[in-house]
Design a protein around this ligand. Structure first.
Ligand SMILES: [Zn+2]
Length: 103
């Protein structure tokens, strides 16, 4: 388990979710990427780990409507397409940040 981010912000004008992990490390993830990698059971098959979500149906203007911390291990995001079952753990977001870095 990694430590919670020091700050998490939805930058609507840039369509970026900014996660400040430490003074040296910040991840900037496009809203669309975060939505595509929603880890919930209606987006990912829990048994096979395969994505069920049809990413082509995600609106271009997808953005978080609200974000709520869950304990100190995750954030729950309510998306503008009314999808709200995704619990994004810090581990998951950090892995997304690493996968997305440099693209
Ligand atoms: Zn989901």
């Amino acid at each position: 388990m990694i430590d919670p981010p020091q700050n998490i912000r939805a930058l609507s004008d840039q369509k970026i979710l900014e996660l400040v992990w430490s003074p040296e490390k910040t991840d900037r993830l496009p809203f669309r990427v975060v939505r595509e990698y929603c880890p919930c059971a209606t987006c990912i098959d829990e048994i096979t780990g395969k994505r069920i979500l049809d990413v082509s149906r995600i609106p271009d203007d997808i953005h978080p409507k609200s974000m709520n911390f869950v304990g100190n291990y995750a954030v729950k995001i309510v998306w503008s397409d009314n999808h709200s079952t995704g619990l994004y753990t810090w581990d998951h977001l950090s892995q997304l940040g690493e996968a997305y870095a440099g693209q």
